[in-house]
Design a protein around this ligand. Structure first.
Ligand SMILES: NC(=O)c1ccc[n+]([C@@H]2O[C@H](COP(=O)([O-])OP(=O)(O)OC[C@H]3O[C@@H](n4cnc5c(N)ncnc54)[C@H](OP(=O)(O)O)[C@@H]3O)[C@@H](O)[C@H]2O)c1
Length: 350
């Protein structure tokens, strides 16, 4: 099949002649992953729950999509749809998942759905599966040493997740642990990416959890910020990490995917307020009693060892806001002082 990739160096066309499936292809991370895979010459079978929903149209506009992308209907709770989507694939990227702490919506698709994905891959003899997990399976443990960086050996405490009603972390931790066990039993190479909170430009037109994380501080719906701190990563780096581990023959196990900086929610709001002073960004913490939370320490060394460099977090924050404006999720308000990005990114020194 012809590949219209004149601008891509031949050495970068590592996916030519290879077919992969991406579950939940229309999502925030998966959209960038599909785009990157197409750029690299892969043929992509993307699963969505409704192929004719216009919210998936952006996928068909990617370079290479006309010849090498097919969208198929699949639901994580219908294993036969996964088998049909995976048939003929060399590898699977499992990105589909609800992102909610509502146990009714979260548990079954995350745990049973991931199990179905691994089982379908194994039944079809597919060797390699890359699973998009989360840092939430890594650091949610009251007994860990807060001074010791979490790494690929760190696991969230399932009972603690349950007790604190962190059903997203609970479900993803069980899903990931069961997936490793099933992969071991069935001889599938499972590689897991554990991203922290993902920001950066949106390709899709719908508001996902990442967009909502930032949007509430710009629309006036959040009057205060919570006393919490965490790391961030750019969505383009998350997509690249998936491709790198898929293509590295020796890749195995878990990869924490994070830029190096940890921001308290107050710092995120200060950055937003400086970059976009036209919005009513909160300046007060909801918790005025306790000292500012510090956030987990972590290492992203395993991805750096695969040659990854990370987009600076300020750029990811700036670009997610600009893309929400462009997609009409956030009204563009007049601003008196329209700095260029470079000026705005001098925030660190101010
Ligand atoms: N965003 C973050 O900050 C972040 C951080 C760490 C990890 N992650 C992980 O990254 C992955 C993707 O996250 P995202 O932010 O890109 O999410 P997203 O934009 O909300 O996309 C999630 C996708 O999952 C699909 N999905 C949900 N339930 C499904 C089901 N039962 N069957 C089939 N598809 C289903 C949705 O499809 P429909 O369009 O049909 O609803 C949607 O396309 C998730 O596994 C998440 O746990 C995300």
């Amino acid at each position: 099949m012809p590949i219209e990739v004149d601008t891509v160096p031949a050495a970068d066309l590592t996916g030519q002649g290879r077919t992969v499936c991406v579950t939940g292809a229309g999502g925030f991370i998966a959209s960038w992953l599909v785009k990157r895979l197409l750029q690299k010459g892969y043929t992509v079978r993307g699963t969505v729950r409704n192929p004719v929903d216009p919210k998936n149209d952006h996928l068909r506009a990617f370079d290479g999509a006309a010849d090498r992308l097919v969208l198929l209907r699949a639901d994580l709770m219908e294993p036969e749809t996964l088998v049909a989507a995976f048939t003929g694939c060399d590898g699977i990227f499992h990105a589909a998942s609800p992102l909610t702490d509502d146990p009714e919506k979260m548990l079954e698709p995350a745990i049973r759905g991931t199990n179905y994905v691994l089982t379908a891959a194994a039944d079809l003899g597919i060797k390699r599966v890359v699973f998009t997990s989360t840092i939430g399976t890594v650091y949610m443990n009251p007994n860990r040493d807060p001074e010791k960086p979490v790494d690929d050996n760190s696991w969230s405490d399932i009972e603690y997740c349950k007790k604190t009603a962190n059903w997203y972390c609970y479900a993803k931790t069980i899903a990931e642990q069961q997936a490793f066990e099933l992969a071991r039993q069935r001889g599938v190479e499972l590689i897991v990416i554990n991203p922290v909170v993902v920001l950066g430009p949106l390709l899709q037109t719908t508001v996902n959890a990442s967009a909502a994380h930032v949007l509430k501080y710009l629309t006036g719906s959040a009057k205060t910020y919570v006393n919490a701190a965490q790391a961030y990563v750019d969505v383009r780096d998350v997509a690249e990490a998936h491709v790198r581990v898929y293509e590295a023959p020796s890749a195995c196990g878990r990869y924490i995917c994070a830029e190096g900086t940890t921001l308290h929610r107050g710092e995120l709001c200060r950055v937003l307020g400086k970059l976009f002073p036209e919005y009513p960004v909160p300046s007060k913490c909801k918790d005025e009693v306790n000292p500012p939370a510090k956030g987990y320490k972590f290492t992203n060394q395993r991805l750096k060892d695969l040659g990854m460099e990370f987009v600076p977090v300020l750029q990811s924050i700036y670009e997610i806001v600009k893309s929400m404006q462009e997609k009409g999720m956030l009204p563009v308000l007049p601003t008196q002082d329209d700095h260029v990005l470079q000026d705005k990114l001098l925030l660190k020194s101010s």
